[in-house]
Design a protein. Structure first.
Length: 509
RNA sequence: GGGCCGGUAACUCAGUCGGUAGAGUAUCGGCCUUUUAAGCCGAGAGUCGCAGGUUCGAGUCCUGCCCGGCCCA
């Protein structure tokens, strides 16, 4: 269906606004004056933040003695003309700083050029000494300036900035220009990823890159994106998880590996889901899921101290405390004690189905796995209540096809999921390394494709072969990086922490 | 997929009961040597998301569609 069928040509042919026309005319005039509007021969030696930090505390008299000439470059964010003075603000990657262009400090011709030809939004380079204004603001008294890039579009309103969520996501560059909070958020994202990367490197893990395109989309249950390789004449799937490849590397003998990269799942977009999202997965030979509980506590505690300088953070009105040890609850017990499912109902399909229906939860009647039903009830009734960091253990084996069986109780897996602020943040288990059991589980799974079309359609025989060579006992974990960033930046939506979230195409933008 | 809310100048937003489309910012012209959401005087700027319908008359009411947000599945 052509969703654009009702659109007429006007949607695609937006007339330039009056402001843009004026800018284009200025650009032409600038070139006619013999000035290059896009030169690249200015090297800024200073940065706004550094100047403000170093010279901010000095008095005007002390600044008089600073004979150094400073050079800065950045985007002009404000311009206030006052007769023979022009105040302006220049924004570089570090901060904003005030400029003073004064007749007398620059010659009359240049003053006029700045007044008439330099607009808010232009990138300029300036040289000058620093002064303090009457109100005590550190200011560059401009001796020389140079237009470095002419801007042809007006910036959004200076006071409110760019508010419209749709425009902020579609034109993230404008959002970043206008909103310091957004710039800070993405710096924090990078700091989080770098901390995690350094943590694993320092623990002796090898960072690796495994394929993004898989012949079989395994390692999770989710609908994949499909693509086609012309030369190989085959379908490929964008990966839904790197798990099966990272385990091959454990077979290969690396013992400790991790990967931080994108996964792709062909599902709806919402405040919780983006079709591509960033996942950390790590695998550790000779470790168990119990070891990973300790590692996870250590990782988050250290991360919180690094980012927040204390072991707690504020998320949507909740104070989250990462001081170990964290709470642990049993999956089945939580269904009985927190969700209030009577024990005799839990194991009776008919009673359970009706119980769920009363709670407004529709279970997939065709799915024979009662464990899948329990998981659904857990997601609905328990997940939102797990605010403080909580490890949930004792997951049914039916919903853990890659996890090791518990030796005392073969119906449950040696697995945990970590919940924080009502969201699943991590999933980990002692890995199944018995190739016979793994084959059996895959075969059972495949039979269920009729009732669950997210199950991979094909058994990854090469993965099984790798297991037959022998994978050392190990444990592995996946952590959703976007959700971690949401927590640390108090963001209610995943789209706030992704630079370019996916939106429907809009031709006339 | 369903419910609710929104889309008006480049941006942020008003727009009453259906009766000529508004403000601020930005832009343009003028004044101003310490401003900082500068100020003052003046000017220009609109496919009211799109397409139909009702009406003498629609930004406003009705229908369908597009885009976004929030909630639910």
């Amino acid at each position: 269906m052509d969703k654009n069928k009702n659109r007429n040509k006007g949607d695609f042919m937006q007339e330039d606004s009056q402001v843009i026309k004026v800018r284009r005319e200025k650009l032409k005039k600038i070139e006619e004056m013999g000035v290059n509007p896009y030169p690249n021969d200015f090297k800024p030696l200073d940065r706004a933040k550094y100047i403000k930090e170093k010279y901010g505390p000095l008095t005007s008299e002390e600044l008089e003695k600073v004979k150094v000439e400073f050079s800065l470059a950045g985007r002009l964010m404000a311009k206030r003309e006052m007769g023979k003075l022009i105040f302006a603000h220049l924004q570089d990657a570090t901060d904003k700083i005030q400029l003073l262009v004064a007749k007398g400090e620059v010659d009359a011709e240049n003053f006029k050029f700045f007044k008439k030809m330099i607009d808010i939004g232009d990138i300029i380079g300036v040289k000058g000494r620093i002064i303090k204004t009457k109100t005590g603001e550190i200011t560059i008294l401009v001796k020389e300036f140079k237009l470095l890039t002419k801007s042809l579009r007006p910036l959004p309103e200076k006071y409110h900035g760019l508010r419209d969520t749709e425009l902020r996501y579609r034109m993230r560059y404008l959002d970043l220009i206008m909103n310091e909070r957004v710039r800070e958020l993405f710096r924090t994202r990078t700091r989080i990823v770098q901390y995690i990367r350094n943590y694993f490197i320092s623990e002796g893990f090898l960072e690796v890159e495994t394929p993004m395109m898989h012949p079989i989309a395994g390692g999770a249950t989710a609908r994949p994106f499909i693509t086609y390789h012309n030369a190989l004449e085959m379908n490929l799937y964008l990966r839904i998880a790197p798990e099966l490849y990272l385990k091959r590397l454990i077979v290969g003998g690396f013992e400790r590996v991790f990967e931080i990269n994108r996964n792709f799942r062909n599902e709806g977009v919402s405040t919780r889901h983006n079709p591509e999202f960033t996942m950390l997965e790590f695998y550790e030979a000779y470790a168990t899921y119990e070891d990973l509980i300790k590692r996870t506590e250590e990782l988050f505690y250290g991360l919180c101290m690094e980012i927040k300088g204390k072991p707690t953070l504020e998320y949507q009105g909740h104070t989250i405390d990462f001081t170990p040890p964290w709470k642990r609850i049993d999956f089945m017990k939580s269904l009985i004690e927190i969700a209030g499912v009577p024990e005799e109902v839990l194991y009776d399909r008919e009673k359970l189905f009706n119980f769920a229906r009363e709670k407004g939860i529709e279970l997939n009647q065709k799915d024979p796995r009662i464990g899948k039903w329990w998981t659904k009830l857990f997601e609905e009734l328990i997940e939102p209540k797990l605010i403080q960091p909580t490890f949930v253990v004792g997951f049914p084996i039916e919903v853990s096809p890659l996890a090791r069986r518990n030796e005392a109780n073969p119906e449950i897996a040696d697995r945990f999921e970590l919940y924080i602020a009502g969201k699943e943040v991590a999933n980990a288990f002692s890995e199944l390394n018995d190739p016979r059991d793994q084959r059996q589980r895959f075969e059972e799974q495949i039979k269920l494709r009729e009732v669950d079309d997210e199950i991979p359609p094909e058994i990854d025989e090469d993965f099984l072969r790798a297991l037959e060579y022998g994978m050392p006992p190990c444990a592995g974990e996946g952590i959703g990086i976007d959700r971690v960033v949401m927590l640390f930046t108090d963001s209610p939506s995943i789209r706030e922490v992704i630079l370019f979230p996916h939106l429907r195409r809009k031709e006339d933008l």
